[in-house]
Write a protein that binds this ligand. Sequence first.
Ligand SMILES: *Cc1c(COP(=O)(O)O)cnc(C)c1O
Length: 494
Amino acid sequence: MRYISTRDNSLQHTASQAIVRGLAEDGGLLTPFYIPKLPGKALEDLKAMAYQQRAVYIMKMFLEEFSIKELTDFANAAYGPEKFDSPAVAPVHTVDGNTHCLELWHGPTCAFKDMALQMLPHLLTASLVKTEEEKTVCILVATSGDTGKGALEGFKNVPRTKILVFYPKDGVSQVQELQMVTQEGNNVGVAAVVGNFDDAQTGVKKLFSNEKVRRDLERKGYFFSSANSINWGRVLPQIVYYISAYCDLLRDEKIEPGQSVNVCVPTGNFGNILAAYYAREMGLPIDQLICASNSNNVLTDFIREGVYDRNRKFYNTMSPSMDILISSNLERLLYSLTQDPAEVRHYMARLNEVGRYQVSGKVKDKLQKRFKGYFCDDRETQRVIREMYDRHGYLIDTHTAVAFSALEQYRSETGDNTPAIVASTASPFKFCGSVLEALGESQIAEGLDALDQLTAKTGQPAPAPLAGLRNKRVRFTQVVEKGHMADAVMSLLE
Ligand SMILES: *Cc1c(COP(=O)(O)O)cnc(C)c1O
């Protein structure tokens, strides 16, 4: 299968080239030329398999150059019991008869980024060999919190890789920051950027296209790549868990073969929900894709009005991993809906020049047929956390709560009670402060003591990787202005 740029489909690459590059040479996103269809009895077959085998089966459909043996080794290493604290890897928790929560945070950093970032280093190092690349890959990450830690943990000590993470100084939770600045490994670097996530992301994008930085790097034997969700190696492993969740529901006889489900995803960069869209394109019986946002509701407006407009107030919310105004992966959806690279190029140029574009009537119709957009503010987020805990004894984090709010709004507006899969993207212990407040605590303990407070309140233990932070040494303290990220790269590579 070939991978093309969303902005020019004469730019073509193999899967391994796409994974090594991260981004197309024209700034577009590398995307499969077509989405393969699941064979007729695939779901029946997958139903009986473990998560790792499901991952091999699905990923192989997109990665012809990789053997079953290779992919099996990758899946066993990425999703094994040393990494995930649930044998199901991504278990489905049924909240009530037709509401199912897909828990994507059982990995080493307690957020859904692990689902892809435990797999990506295996795909990338094998791709370096397949493409005969001899330089060391320097992975640059801009993070709203969870990607950074996920990437650091996935790539630490992986030969022939360096990983540098930039996070917004005041845009991440205390636990998230501690997770990153205490990162172990001989090939890792972390710096805080003065600004918000978009500043960090824009800074990283500029580094990628900075010719001088590129040349300096090359002289040192490095080249840049990306572990942000624009890399195809990030999106692909995410398709697996939607198909897996459906198979679990089939296996447990919670749905009938062929029955449609809706999927609701708390969304930031549009990577996670895009994976659900691709699962649907492959033939998974998904009816509606419900896109949940916080007060940074640029996607809600886009879905409702067909106008993407990033010129708006930016909010720091209690669901910081969704505090994003430029959803990079939306470009892949635009390509899928238009099948026209020139049209995508036009929209992206508008976004770049004036921060706003309006899609054609045809694209808007297609978009609205498949996607529904809802958002909620912090107060509603906390109401949902409390209600979920009081009614069902089920503890959820702030991002997951935004998704449950969106589902509730969708159901009451449409009366559609189709079984729904809600993506749960982080452990509630990652966002202790907000969760404790939601549960009615007025005094929140500082730093890691909040973990104990949440345990005392709910009787649930904190995940081991978070509890273990207490004994870790802070290794990284650098804070950079957004204009000085190139210097930071050079100093971290010394
Ligand atoms: C990254 C993240 C999101 C947003 O996912 P996208 O793929 O960027 O849309 C939501 N919740 C959590 C906890 C995250 O870490």
